[in-house]
Design a protein around this ligand. Structure first.
Ligand SMILES: Nc1ncnc2c1ncn2[C@@H]1O[C@H](COP(=O)(O)OP(=O)(O)OP(=O)(O)O)[C@@H](O)[C@H]1O
Ligand SMILES: [Mg+2]
Length: 401
């Protein structure tokens, strides 16, 4: 069969999807069921800024576990804010920066300046110069900015909160003048915030929005709402929705629920049927462990991937529940050799392990007495090892091409 025939056949075969992009992680839905009160809280915190920009600025933190709508909530608020500013002829801007992608003070500042001046070159400026440039841009064009720093844990974990000091000090210094920068910090875990200095912390501590994991009932509503846009009318029934919600409610993770729905839809399409059956959901579940979702490896640097692979290999080799940092390091060095990469130093390796834990890919705990004194034990309780190893190795192979 020719490739064009296959393509033709696939394009013309029945599908459950009206528009599958509506289930993608990048899509920001226009309404967020069960987050209305959090959206209201956020709006209330910013009412002063919206009514009289310049007279006050605001600092807010949003926290909560993986996939529970922190980014979606903040982006929705951003949309509301920009629409309000437009209708009221205000020079109020919302910028959303993902700190996992823009991992340093320099990259974040460049992203913000780039928003106002897209011709700015990629190199050639120091963070101080960028900060100065931003200052000048805001003052000269009378701009007010609400800056959302998403996945800010990545910056805090690097113990580099200088950007935060810059921005908060900037606000403090303008106490009698015009306030121009408000901040929304989005974090999974507030624990790293505690390491900030007292002044910065007190500015951030007062306004905090915590998002709790979703219950199964709430996930049904969310799935229902997204399915209306993404799937044809009879493609899904309540039994299937409930099954997906039940599976995902263990973590209260909406992203996992939506990916299950998308994959189950793909299985229905594969079977050339026009609705999703429970068996498709089971197949989808077998395919994607919550720890194995498709974008997870893209989020990791090469050496994070090597460390993860080292942990998997160690656990597999000994059929053990936990392994130690020492053993992981030995295997990591061998993997680096396999892939012709220079191994990173011990301290860096430790950082990688902490970051993998933060991403909920692994767990760590201190050993009790007996195992070579006190040592950190690393476990991977949730994901099937063989599946994770296969996926990771395939991903590494793809990256090599
Ligand atoms: N209440 C909701 N209604 C509709 N969709 C939702 C809702 N909450 C979350 N989602 C969707 O679930 C997915 C995950 O949400 P989001 O990316 O906001 O999670 P997060 O809390 O930022 O996770 P992470 O910590 O991994 O960054 C997104 O596709 C988002 O649109
Ligand atoms: Mg997010």
């Amino acid at each position: 069969m020719l490739l064009t025939d296959i393509l033709e056949e696939e394009l013309n075969s029945p599908t459950v999807f009206r528009d599958e992009s509506k289930l993608s992680a990048a899509y920001v839905p226009s309404s967020l069921p069960h987050r209305a009160s959090s959206l209201r809280d956020l709006v209330r915190l910013f009412l002063g800024v919206m009514k009289k920009p310049g007279e006050m600025s605001q600092q807010v933190t949003i926290s909560g576990s993986i996939g529970i709508g922190k980014t979606a909530l903040c982006k929705c608020f951003g949309k509301v804010l920009e629409e309000y500013a437009k209708t009221n002829n205000m020079n109020l801007h919302y910028i959303h920066v993902n700190c996992r992608r823009k991992k340093s003070r320099f990259l974040i500042l460049r992203e913000v300046v780039h928003h106002f001046n897209p011709t700015i070159p990629h190199r050639g400026y120091s963070p101080e110069e960028l900060l100065h440039m931003l200052h000048h841009l805001l003052e000269s064009q009378n701009i007010h900015l609400v800056l959302a720093l998403d996945e800010f844990d990545f910056i805090l974990r690097k113990k580099d909160a200088s950007l935060l000091y810059d921005l908060i000090r900037w606000t403090d210094e303008h106490i009698d003048g015009i306030q121009r920068v408000s901040l929304i910090l989005i974090v999974r875990d507030r624990v790293y915030l505690k390491e900030l200095d007292v002044g910065t912390l007190s500015s951030l501590q007062n306004n905090h929005i915590y998002l709790a994991p979703y219950s199964a009932e709430q996930l049904v509503d969310i799935l229902q709402e997204r399915a209306t846009d993404a799937l044809f009318d009879f493609a899904i029934n309540p039994e299937v929705l409930n099954l997906i919600a039940d599976i995902a409610s263990e973590r209260g993770d909406a992203r996992f629920a939506l990916e299950l729905l998308w994959r189950a839809g793909k299985y229905a399409d594969r079977d050339r049927v026009t609705s999703i059956f429970p068996e498709h959901v089971r197949l989808a579940k077998g395919d994607i462990h919550p720890d194995l979702r498709k974008d997870i490896f893209q989020e990791l640097s090469l050496h994070h991937q090597f460390v993860l692979l080292a942990i998997i290999r160690q656990l597999k080799k000994h059929d053990a529940a936990y392994t130690t940092t020492g053993d992981v390091e030995t295997t990591y060095n061998i993997i680096c050799e396999e892939y012709h990469e220079t191994p990173r130093k011990h301290t860096q390796l430790w950082e990688y392990i902490k970051e993998l834990e933060q991403l909920c890919l692994i767990t760590t705990k201190l050993s009790g007495k007996g195992i070579r004194g006190k040592t950190t034990l690393i476990g991977l309780p949730d994901a099937p090892l063989f599946l994770l190893e296969k996926k990771l190795q395939n991903y590494l192979k793809e990256c090599e091409k």
